[in-house]
Design a protein around this ligand. Structure first.
Ligand SMILES: Cc1cc2nc3c(=O)[nH]c(=O)nc-3n(C[C@H](O)[C@H](O)[C@H](O)COP(=O)(O)OP(=O)(O)OC[C@H]3O[C@@H](n4cnc5c(N)ncnc54)[C@H](O)[C@@H]3O)c2cc1C
Length: 481
């Protein structure tokens, strides 16, 4: 019998698991895929939002601000990759100016300090962002906006939770829940579990999971967002995260450099029928390109690397749903769309409070270890690795991202079992570079196969469920400016 079962190994579920591992509790984290971070948490903008557009009195507003403040410490403990470049919301006319002034007032109302936010004019914008559209007139500047590596964050949270005693059950889709008098019986495709409390953090699957226990009083309306990711050679085009002034018609798209230095544009927002649909479409990508050029006109489509999409678990409530449901001890943490990545640390703290109010006894885990070592090692100009070197520390497996055999072995030897090449990619970046795994895939598969004592051809790139139809990158490269 567990004290708590968490369903869903995205940023929400793993942040809750790690928070609970600070206490003496028996916690199990149940995830349907063969790795953590395969849902929305792996395919998003990676922005640690400021919270300036959040409405006062909403969970999104409150938890975004709190979550943002937690990132520096969290990253210093877990080493997933985070920096704070700040963000500009740019405007082009009088109407935008009025809107940006409203954003400034809202930011003050929801708790930003005057040191953190300012309205800036063309000259200052241009000095901060030399490649910005010449027609820009005004911008709202928020200094505290950050950029994180989202999948590394989830891996780090999960590794640290497991290190502190949480049990992680992968490839374990929850298919039913039986409500017993004093516990839940959780039926999964692999094994059944018993738990006194159940936390539903199943993202786009949360409506279904809630329905198994009769705890569904919301609906999830999945919204897809598509992106184009470019090489690192265009990282210098943009220093901060550039947003456009939201209008009733559109929120625009963002232009940014990811934590690891790839130029990136997107996302759009479109309703879709099936939450597992992470296809990309040429019509939407063309719109994204055109809209992104209003911020940074001169990026080179020939340097595009890949397209991808993520699906937001938006709900019919227009806010996060974080509450004990009508079924006692069943807590829904659902409708966690944007800014869920930012809010995750604060969501986790809120869930622990809800559990405490519902009668869970919290006793501090004196052995809690907040630290998790990074997998990726920074290589300076003295790094003398080469392909096929004998020493794993120097043997380069992925030449585009300079990933060594030692880094891949480190990932494999940690407590979370790795089965797919993409799980290695999310942890080490092997396969994320210019050749998009053409060079390293077979080498990565061989290392996974050696570790599990199986054949490289038996190692999959990713779980069967994820088979997106992506617009070919050649099609993007052929679009003329
Ligand atoms: C396009 C896009 C852009 C975004 N940009 C940002 C941003 O810049 N900043 C920000 O703060 N937020 C952003 N977000 C929001 C953020 O990504 C999400 O709020 C966050 O990742 C949600 O995490 P989650 O753990 O709730 O869901 P998920 O990451 O989707 O995890 C849910 C997990 O539950 C599992 N699951 C589902 N059903 C079952 C079942 N029956 N049994 C077992 N497991 C199950 C799934 O496999 C999945 O791993 C963005 C989202 C999208 C899609």
């Amino acid at each position: 019998m567990y004290d708590i079962a968490i369903v869903g190994g995205g940023v929400t579920g793993t942040a809750i698991a790690r928070e609970l591992s600070k206490y003496n509790l028996q916690t199990v984290l149940i995830e349907k895929e063969s790795d953590v971070s395969t849902g929305a948490s792996k395919a998003n903008s990676g922005i640690v939002h400021g919270g300036y557009v959040g409405k006062a009195g909403t969970l999104k507003g409150e938890l975004c601000i709190k979550g943002n403040k937690a990132f520096k410490k969290l990253d210093s403990e877990l080493n997933f990759g985070f920096r704070r470049p700040g963000a500009l919301v740019i405007g082009f006319n009088e109407q935008d100016k009025k809107q940006l002034e409203k954003i400034y007032e809202n930011a003050l109302a929801v708790g930003h300090s005057e040191d953190d936010i300012e309205i800036i004019d063309y000259d200052k914008i241009k000095s901060l962002e030399p490649n910005i559209n010449e027609e820009v007139e005004i911008a709202f500047y928020c200094h505290s906006v950050g950029v994180a590596s989202p999948y590394e964050m989830v891996v780090a949270l999960a590794e640290n939770a497991v290190d502190n005693g949480v049990e992680l059950k992968l490839s374990s889709e929850v298919t039913n829940i039986n409500n017993q008098e004093d516990h839940f019986e959780i039926i999964t495709k692999k094994q059944n579990y018993k738990s006194r409390f159940l936390i539903n953090a199943a993202g786009t699957g949360s409506e279904k999971v809630a329905s198994y226990a009769g705890a569904d009083n919301f609906s999830i309306n999945p919204r897809r967002g598509q992106y184009i990711l470019f090489g690192k050679d265009q990282a210098d085009l943009v220093e901060k995260v550039i947003f456009q002034t939201p209008t009733p018609e559109t929120k625009g798209v963002l232009v940014t450099t990811t934590y690891h230095g790839n130029f990136m544009i997107g996302p759009n927002s479109e309703e879709i029928d099936k939450p597992e649909n992470i296809d990309t479409t040429i019509e939407e990508l063309e719109n994204i390109i055109e809209t992104a050029r209003k911020s940074i006109p001169d990026f080179n489509l020939k340097r595009a690397l890949t397209t991808f999409a993520g699906v937001r678990a938006s709900s019919d409530r227009d806010d996060f749903i974080i509450e004990e449901s009508r079924v006692s001890n069943f807590i829904n943490v659902a409708g966690i769309d944007s800014p869920g990545l930012t809010a995750a640390p604060a969501i986790a703290e809120k869930v622990v409070k809800i559990l405490e109010n519902s009668g869970l006894k919290l006793e501090k885990n004196q052995d809690f270890n907040p630290k998790r070592e990074p997998i990726i090692k920074i290589k300076d100009e003295n790094f003398d690795g080469k392909i096929d070197a004998k020493d794993p520390e120097k043997n380069i497996i992925c030449r585009c991202e300079t990933v060594t055999e030692a880094e891949i072995l480190d990932a494999l030897n940690r407590d979370i079992t790795i089965k797919t090449a993409d799980a290695i990619k999310r942890r080490t970046r092997a396969g994320m570079g210019n050749c998009q795994a053409n060079f390293c895939r077979s080498r990565v598969k061989r290392l996974i196969a050696d570790y599990h004592n199986c054949k490289p051809e038996d190692v999959k790139v990713r779980d069967e469920a994820e088979k997106p139809q992506r617009v070919s990158i050649n099609k993007i490269r052929q679009i003329e400016k």
